[in-house]
Design a protein around this ligand. Structure first.
Ligand code: RB5
Length: 151
């Protein structure tokens, strides 16, 4: 699996923790910054860098975006066609973001979640794959709405 990961200056520490975790797994990591907590790059610009890489990959890559709350990264990521981003700070939402929603970007907030729970969520998320079933037409409805609204 290939993962694009990014954060703003509020979340460099958690991003580094997650990168260390990813390095223990069979994952190719692309880090789009920020690399230091004094980098003033706004979170939407980091989310843009990550989403463009996911789109360029033909959606084979997944993303992990971390800011103070996860919210700004998620809102920005969902402005990109084919991106289904979710803020997940608990195991059930993390699981459903893939199994129900076929999500491709996991967002978290360093100011919300502890490092150990974040690592548990990411480990679980990496193992999950969307499967065709009752959720398929619902995800297709998201895609249909996106196609109507994003030209
Ligand atoms: C800090 O800029 C904070 O607003 C940001 O990290 C994020 O939480 C926004 O959603």
């Amino acid at each position: 699996m290939q993962i694009v990961i990014g954060c703003d200056n509020a979340a460099v520490s958690l991003k580094n923790t997650i990168i260390a975790l990813l390095k223990t797994k069979n994952v190719e990591i692309e880090d789009v910054g920020c690399f230091t907590s004094d980098d003033p790059t706004y979170y939407p610009l980091v989310a843009k860098r990550a989403c463009e890489k996911i789109i360029e990959s033909g959606y084979t890559k997944r993303g992990i975006l971390i800011c103070g709350t996860g919210l700004g990264m998620c809102m920005t990521a969902n402005k990109f066609k084919g991106i289904r981003a979710a803020v997940c700070h608990d195991i059930f939402s993390t699981e459903r973001s893939i199994l129900s929603n076929n999500g491709n970007v996991l967002c978290m907030g360093e100011r919300v979640i502890g490092a150990e729970l974040a690592k548990t969520l990411v480990s679980h998320w990496l193992e999950l794959t969307f499967k065709d079933g009752p959720s398929t037409p619902k995800v297709q409805a998201i895609i249909d709405i996106e196609n109507e609204n994003m030209k």
